[in-house]
Design a protein. Structure first.
Length: 93
């Protein structure tokens, strides 16, 4: 676990695609959990972000860095917000 973290710009194309796929997988899992909790809006938003990340990662080029960065930021922020709501009991029905 002593890995040196890289910024998105320092990653190669495969590393970026792998990161985007990992965030998309977490968003997919969040959508499934939100569906179990009856939170249709969270399901829609999670799936939307996951699909966009997957779509962007498949043809990611050096000029797409800003787009990838923005989508990753939105995905990670959304996951963080959902986790915060869960901890505060807002998703418990």
């Amino acid at each position: 676990m002593n890995e040196i973290t890289k910024s998105l710009g320092e990653m190669n194309l495969q590393e970026r695609a792998d990161l985007m796929a990992a965030v998309a997988d977490v968003l997919q899992a969040a959508a499934e959990e939100a569906e179990e909790n009856g939170d249709a809006l969270a399901v829609t938003n999670s799936l939307f972000l996951a699909c966009n990340l997957r779509g962007c990662s498949s043809g990611l080029g050096p000029n797409d860095l800003k787009v990838a960065e923005l989508l990753l930021e939105q995905g990670i922020t959304f996951i963080h917000l959902l986790n915060g709501r869960r901890k505060n009991g807002a998703l418990v029905h």
